[in-house]
Design a protein around this ligand. Structure first.
Ligand code: SF4
Length: 239
């Protein structure tokens, strides 16, 4: 009798204790996971252009080179990047096992070049034709509106086509919420790429001479300004 009573008391005590602990530590994992993502964040000063800079605001890239103060990236965005990497792996696993598709190379750096660096997801051979593959992931809302490849993505893929001397590329988009796919074939466009490289050369000179590029012509309405990590620095200088 005594033992049962003691046990009951002990269980109640444990429940009471656990309730307190659960209340106290209800964000224990969330905080630790957030810390993990924040501490693994690569926050190096930029010293060369990346393919992903194609289509970006030049002032934003300038700030990145100058390591200007910026809004920290929230842990949920860092997890989204991580999820994007898993999406890539999932797609590549299927491509490697599909008859008729040859993965010629995966995660391949563009040939060394002075001004820009980048890594393509894959080069594929389908029906004896080569394609550069670029995999993107997005949420349902953006995916629903996607009737054609996004302009910046096309430009980035064309840079890969230019450096790999391949005529066609594929932009493959995955909806992160329901894993549906959409794809778009992109043709190379040497003129457009050379124009972009010319603009990047001008930007490089501005960076080297500490000349701040102008804001986007439709600042602050442009969607890029809404998501820009350097918006405070940009707002502070009226130019
Ligand atoms: S706020 Fe807009 S104009 Fe200013 S740096 Fe950012 S993207 Fe460019």
């Amino acid at each position: 009798m005594f033992i049962i009573a003691k046990a009951k008391g002990s269980v109640k005590g444990m429940i009471r204790e656990n309730k307190i602990n659960l209340t106290k530590n209800k964000n224990m994992l969330k905080e630790k996971i957030n810390e993990f993502y924040l501490s693994n964040q690569k926050d190096r000063t930029q010293n060369r252009f990346f393919i992903s800079d194609a289509g970006k605001c030049h002032r934003q890239i300038f700030y990145s080179f100058k390591n200007a103060p910026k809004k920290p990236i929230e842990p949920n965005f860092l997890r989204l990047f991580d999820l994007g990497n898993h999406v890539h792996q999932m797609i590549m696993r299927s491509l490697l096992n599909i008859k008729g598709i040859r993965v010629v190379a995966a995660e391949i750096n563009i040939p060394p070049h002075g001004i820009i660096s980048g890594r393509a997801d894959a080069i594929l051979s389908v029906d004896k034709e080569f394609y550069v593959l670029d995999i993107k992931s997005m949420n349902s809302r953006a995916f629903g509106y996607l009737n054609e490849a996004k302009e910046d993505n096309v430009l980035q893929l064309r840079l890969y086509l230019y450096y790999f001397k391949i005529n066609k590329g594929i932009l493959l988009y995955m909806n992160k919420d329901d894993l549906r796919l959409k794809e778009f074939i992109v043709d190379s466009d040497t003129k457009q790429v050379e124009k972009l490289l010319g603009e990047l050369n001008v930007l490089r000179e501005q960076i080297d001479s500490n000349t701040l590029p102008s804001r986007l012509s439709d600042y602050p309405k442009n969607w890029r300004c809404r998501y820009c990590n350097f918006s405070s620095a940009c707002k502070a200088i009226h130019k």
